[in-house]
Each structure stands twice: as C-alpha cells, then as structure tokens.
Design a protein around this ligand. Structure first.
Ligand SMILES: O=C(O)CCC(=O)C(=O)O
Length: 243
C-alpha cells in the first residue's frame, strides 16, 4: 500500500476507508461528465430513485462478468492512479474490471445496502459534479431492530464526498456495514463532530460556514473487481443479465 493511501485512511471508521480529495482535476472531471452523458440513452437503466450505467456489461445471474475491457474513458486516468495507490494489489485481477455509474438528482438516493460477494471486497468511488453524504450503518445493529432496516435509523457514520474525490471502502467496512444515501434535497449538520472524514476534506471552509449544502445532480463512478469472469466463448450463459 502506498504512503499516499496510508495518509488517506479515515481513522475514526472501522477498518478500512480511505478518502482522497481532488483525486482528479476539474478538466478530467469535465471530460468524464461529457462521456457519461454522451452514451446512447439505452445505456441508462432508470431506477425508481436514480439512474444507472453498468460497464462493460451487466453481471449474469451467477454474478459472472463477460470478459471485456472497460471503455478507455473509464480506464484513464482513474485506473492507473488506483493501481499506483496499491489498493487493488490483492484483488484477483489486480485492477477493477467493472464500473457502476450512478446519477442522483436532488432528493434521490440509494437505500442502505451491501455490495455483496460478487466483488472482491473493495470499492473505489470517484464523485463528480456535487458533494453528497454517504451514510454508514452497522449491519449487526440493524439486524437487532424490529423495524425495517435503515430508513428510520440514524447512521453510525457519515462520510462527505466532495466532487473529484476518491473514497475507498474495504475490509470489515465492506463486509460488516451497509452504505446508503438519504433521499434529501439538503445535507445538514456538517461539522467535525458529524462528518468522519472532516480532517481529510479538500475544502473544509466551504462547509464550515454554512454547515449544509443544497443537493445538486451528482454522478458517482464505482470501480470494482468482479470475482468470476468468463471468456466470450461461454457467452450463451450471459443472455439473462442481472444488473
Ligand atoms: O453513489 C455512491 O457513492 C454509492 C453507490 C452505491 O452504493 C452502489 O452503486 O452500490
């Protein structure tokens, strides 16, 4: 693991999360945004509370990925930088082979969930366009609650993701915790007491005064390593895709 990654660990979280502000430049962000919105419309899956793109393709019912490269605009500059950090060094393919792109309008979000066993337990998220708060919930705590998980519960931790930042979640934080984004139009009560990566933020001043922001459209690129990969020769198995 690189020194840069060690310095980026969020110390108040269970093992392990890393936060790096300004992981990409404004020009790189702009290029990624242009590419995300230049895809043909059927590339988007409209979900009830967000839109999704899946690259290079959806996983099969058996959580298998058909072997194919990521498009070059998703590969560079992000993947070589992730490799330089060493964060995928122990993953089976030594690099991400799958990217989910989520778009959230103000008021949209994603229910607390886990990313599950299809992936090696590491997710690297690059945020574009606008900040958002990611809520972290301990699975065990939610299991002990009689009401529906997540919705009514306060998160255990809140991570503020600035535009152009990188967030990496792995280890026990990946396996024993859920993550979600509340369906809100503002994120409030932002301070060193409530935001666990406060000291690592690139621009604390921006949030220090107002302690809140109004949500704007935010796009996330989540880089993952799918464990099971099949060569094209076996493609018949993939006709009924899952995600
Ligand atoms: O948009 C994000 O930062 C989270 C996305 C997410 O949780 C997912 O795609 O599973």
């Amino acid at each position: 693991m690189s020194e840069q990654l060690q310095a980026a660990r969020i110390p108040s979280l269970p093992d392990t999360a890393y936060y790096i502000p300004n992981f990409i430049t404004p020009e790189e962000e702009e290029r990624l945004i242009q590419k995300v919105y230049a895809v043909p419309r059927p590339r988007w899956t409209q979900l009830s509370r967000r839109r999704l793109q899946t690259w290079p393709s959806a996983l099969s019912k058996t959580d298998t990925l058909l072997d194919a490269p990521l498009p070059s605009w998703l590969e560079r500059p992000v993947v070589p930088r992730l490799q330089a950090l060493g964060c995928f060094a122990a993953a089976p393919h030594r690099a991400p082979n799958h990217v989910l792109i989520n778009e959230y309008e103000p008021g949209q979000g994603i229910m607390p969930h886990e990313d599950g066993p299809a992936y090696y337990p590491i997710v690297a998220t690059v945020s574009l366009r606008a900040p958002i708060v990611l809520d972290i919930y301990e699975k065990r705590r939610l299991d002990n609650q009689p009401s529906s998980p997540g919705r009514d519960s306060e998160p255990n931790f809140r991570i503020l993701q600035e535009p152009r930042s990188l967030l990496i979640t792995t280890d026990r934080l990946y396996t024993d915790y859920l993550h979600g984004i509340a369906e809100r139009t503002t994120d409030e009560d932002l301070s060193s007491d409530t935001i666990c990566n406060w000291d690592l933020l690139g621009d604390r001043e921006e949030y220090m005064q107002a302690k809140s922001y109004t949500r704007q459209t935010r796009v996330s690129l989540t880089y993952r390593d799918v464990l099971k990969v099949a060569k094209v020769g076996n493609s018949i198995k993939f006709l009924s895709a899952k995600r």
